[in-house]
Design a protein around this ligand. Structure first.
Ligand code: SF4
Ligand code: SF4
Length: 406
């Protein structure tokens, strides 16, 4: 008989499972349960009730008096699948009247599943092995990590933060560093920092994956190793500020690293830094753009970190640019479908969710859709192209770099 080891379920999560009132508010807005699949078991409430049931069957009073109930393997496999069919978008957390921190619950649920040999999904194996062997999920050599910077103009100097002191450390992240379609995000970030005369550098080839993928899929021990390596380099570089252009790296370094080690520098997302640069006049956006733009809130930036105003303030700085909102925006924003390992393990589901988000963007009447996360960018851009939408996809830093004063 398979007996579940609950040692990895933290006490707070167990209390939260019991605190769920089954009201079902979360089932309406959940992108994977409520909208794309209409399957109760994949909804937050469904997952909570199933885990609670399994837990009681083995550790409840009846189990203590009469012995634990056998849990068939197919029920465990199903729970695992449902747990991973979640983008960890946090929409359920924002609507839950019981104020349950479902983001922490899902991550802890995955840690528990991994500990019991029930996670992650086999489709995640390649990504995980790649992070272990190459320090990035894309099976790219470490020696090529800083190659993106070769495409910068000659007058832009990116310091090696491990050799030269710099005030700001730009943490590039795996996707912007390696993905040919996303490299522009790193290039534009460097251009903007350089234009505003920010003293910045990177960790070059020494930068490792932030570990977000590992954390979100429940591989906490593996993530800790990545975090420790990066934190050690932050200490060596000793900048005052770490800035990221990836919403996932931002969430990981800002919220998760402090649980695993001491991060001395202030951690900022590039949208926060650009706001400061605009306020101080170090950056001026003066090129007119006669377009209508709508902003997609990345879950890791918005619901996970509360950065809703910063990207919108930037857009309002561009002369001629009109910001129009999608019906679901800010804390109600729909997810792009790519997070939490869903795109890798359940690409069809990710596609469905992304399609619904592009419907939202088209209905807003915008000509252009912008965001500030490489995963959202990639996912939404692919859908725009696949359905031949007239929307133009841009990364917010691309827009800022083109609107910058010469
Ligand atoms: S985090 Fe998002 S995808 Fe996951 S259960 Fe909550 S609403 Fe659904
Ligand atoms: S909204 Fe909160 S309390 Fe209501 S069913 Fe969902 S998780 Fe439970």
């Amino acid at each position: 008989m398979k007996k579940l080891d609950i040692s990895k379920l933290d006490v707070l999560s167990l209390i939260r499972y019991d605190a769920c009132t089954r009201c079902g508010e979360c089932t309406v807005t959940c992108p994977t349960g409520g909208e794309a699949q209409e399957d109760e078991l994949v909804t937050p409430r469904g997952k909570i009730l199933r885990l609670r049931e399994l837990h009681r069957a083995q550790y409840g009073l009846k189990a203590k008096l009469f012995g634990p109930k056998e849990i068939p393997q197919d029920q465990l496999t199903e729970l695992s699948r449902r747990a991973y069919e979640c983008t960890i978008c946090g929409q359920c957390k924002t609507v839950c009247p019981a104020h349950l921190d479902t983001i922490e619950m899902w991550e802890n649920m995955r840690e528990f599943l991994v500990h019991n040999g029930l996670g992650p999904m086999p489709e995640h194996d390649q990504l995980i092995k790649s992070i272990e062997n190459y320090d990035n999920p894309w099976m790219q050599p470490r020696t090529q990590r800083s190659r993106w910077a070769r495409r910068l103009e000659n007058d832009i100097k990116v310091k090696d933060a491990l050799k030269e002191k710099c005030e700001v450390l730009y943490f590039v992240g795996c996707t912007a560093a390696y993905d040919p379609n996303i490299k522009e995000m790193a290039l534009n970030t460097a251009r903007i920092l350089s234009k505003a005369k920010v003293d910045f550098g990177t960790l070059g080839n020494e930068e490792g994956c932030c570990g977000s993928t590992l954390l979100r899929t429940g591989l906490i021990d593996n993530a800790r190793k990545m975090a420790e390596k990066n934190i050690e380099m932050f200490e060596r570089a000793a900048p005052s500020i770490i800035v990221t252009s990836c919403a996932g790296c931002y969430k990981t370094i800002r919220q998760d690293y402090p649980k695993m080690g001491k991060v001395q520098p202030k951690v900022m997302h590039i949208t926060e830094m650009v706001n400061e640069l605009l306020d101080s006049g170090k950056l001026v956006l003066d090129k007119r753009m006669e377009q209508k733009v709508t902003f997609h809130d990345p879950c890791h930036l918005g619901r996970h970190n509360g950065l809703y105003d910063e990207p919108r303030r930037i857009l309002r700085h561009v002369p001629g640019l009109e910001l129009v909102e999608m019906e679901r925006n800010r804390s109600e924003s729909r997810c792009c479908g790519a997070g939490g390992g869903v795109k890798t393990a359940f690409p069809d589901l990710a596609q469905k969710i992304s399609d619904i988000r592009i419907d939202d963007a088209e209905k807003s009447g915008a000509d252009m859709l912008t965001t500030s996360c490489p995963f959202c960018y990639q996912s939404l851009k692919t859908t725009i192209e696949a359905r031949g939408s007239k929307l133009k996809m841009t990364d917010l830093m691309e827009l800022v770099a083109s609107a910058c004063k010469d």
